[in-house]
Design a protein around this ligand. Structure first.
Ligand code: SF4
Length: 433
């Protein structure tokens, strides 16, 4: 048996801040009291709406972050804490580190000792500070701490459920739809989500941001005029240096038929300190540039996440949230409503609610499809329309996103369509055939 304790070594040589190759400085004090004593933000902590929208240079560190820092990184300063590179270098990656910060359940410990998961452990100190030290069922904790459910295989699951590997004309480029491509910038994420659709790829150190690979991808795009839209994802593209991002975006913008560039990232949720004024200055050079930000739960909508999203929005980047529906994490109308309300306050439009892909070892996370429809039913008409995302299943095998809606058309009488509203009332709409 091996323990999940070491991220796959990376041979990244081109980026300035390859977090997985940085020398690893980590010191933990001997605990003198329970980790549970670490102050936690109450679930209903309101977002600081007074947050200035101007780009202040510093992130504010709430008291619970400072307490976590003092306890587990006593030699570090708040300036270190607010430095995304420090956060990347000091990610929590081993069982020994995790169990000094959390009281592990038997299941969590067994999963980490057993190893064999496709996905390494990686958690930024910032995100770790949001976890409940004693409650293994806390939603955020379930998404980043392994469980033995990862080793259970059920029918219909696959390592590559979306069939991306079969649509890859050149390494790290997925061309599944005629007019758009997915460019995997690299396979590194600052925090690894246990339900990741690309767990077969991320954290393995095999997709590198080297120029040779990327130039082949750019060449394919350049030679394919039908492509008008590029989604840069990964791994998390914003884990790259500004220099590398500037180069990638510049290359894409130099291709005349590329109209639209999108970046998919979880940084505002797991490492909001990454959204620096300097990064925003680079990004805003390449408009129209849109961003899909990955949020799961209202507890991720912290003042720091708010500040990160404000910076991106102030840089003119439209923000849409992508949320994966996960059992025991956010499969509840009230949780989803609170999340979507907080996202709107952070100037992020809830965009997609994804049914969890049937990746290998995901059955403990997957809900029924009816659970997703019930959430949609509980949102539409009961809150602001902007707070209602599109619920989709990404069809296994590469069939693309298929939207799902509760059934609001209840029948027809002659030339009238019978429609059900959010309160269950039936209304007629003239629809002559
Ligand atoms: S941030 Fe995205 S790509 Fe990275 S582990 Fe999480 S879901 Fe996967």
């Amino acid at each position: 048996m091996s323990s999940i304790d070491v991220e796959q070594p990376s041979t990244i040589t081109e980026i300035e801040e390859p977090p997985s190759t940085a020398s690893y400085h980590f010191s933990l004090p001997v605990l003198t009291s329970s980790p549970a004593d670490t102050p936690r933000p109450p679930a209903e902590t309101p977002i600081e709406l007074s947050e200035p929208s101007r780009m202040s240079r510093r992130f504010r560190s709430p008291p619970q972050s400072r307490a976590f820092l003092k306890r587990f990184f006593p030699q570090a300063t708040t300036a270190d804490w607010n430095d995304w590179r420090w956060q990347s270098r000091n990610r929590i990656r081993t069982l020994a580190q995790v169990e000094k910060m959390l009281v592990l359940s038997d299941d969590e410990r067994q999963a980490m000792v057993q190893g064999g998961s496709l996905l390494p452990i990686g958690i930024t100190p910032y995100y770790m500070s949001l976890l409940d030290a004693r409650n293994a069922n806390q939603p955020l904790r379930r998404t980043v701490i392994p469980a033995t459910g990862e080793f259970v295989r059920t029918p219909g699951e696959a390592d590559d459920p979306l069939g991306e590997d079969g649509h890859s004309p050149t390494p790290g480029l997925v061309h599944r739809y005629p007019d758009r491509v997915l460019l995997l910038a690299h396979d590194f994420c600052s925090t690894y989500c246990r339900y990741c659709t690309r767990s077969r790829v991320v954290g393995h150190g095999e997709i590198l941001p080297n120029e040779t690979r990327l130039k082949k991808a750019f060449e394919y795009i350049r030679q394919t005029p039908a492509i008008r839209d590029v989604l840069i994802s990964g791994g998390d593209p914003l884990a790259l240096s500004e220099v590398k991002l500037d180069w990638i975006l510049g290359e894409l913008r130099s291709i005349p038929h590329i109209e639209f560039i999108r970046i998919g990232t979880k940084m505002p949720a797991v490492l909001p300190q990454r959204i620096t004024p300097q990064l925003c200055r680079i990004l805003r050079k390449y408009h129209p540039l849109w961003m899909s930000v990955h949020f799961l739960h209202p507890d991720e909508c912290t003042p720091e996440a708010n500040q990160a999203c404000s910076r991106l929005a102030d840089a003119g980047i439209p923000l849409g949230a992508q949320t994966v529906l996960l059992k025991g994490v956010n499969d509840d109308v009230q949780v989803m409503k609170e999340l979507n309300h907080k996202l709107l306050l952070m100037r992020v439009r809830p965009y997609y609610l994804y049914q969890c892909d049937p990746i290998s070892g995901s059955s403990h996370f997957r809900t029924s499809v009816q659970a997703g429809l019930d959430i949609l039913e509980g949102l539409r008409g009961h809150t602001t329309g902007y707070a209602v995302p599109t619920y989709v299943i990404d069809a296994p095998g590469g069939g693309g996103k298929i939207p799902l809606l509760p059934n609001y058309v209840v029948g027809r009488e002659g030339d009238d369509l019978l429609l059900r509203n959010f309160e269950g009332g039936v209304f007629r709409y003239p629809d002559p055939q």
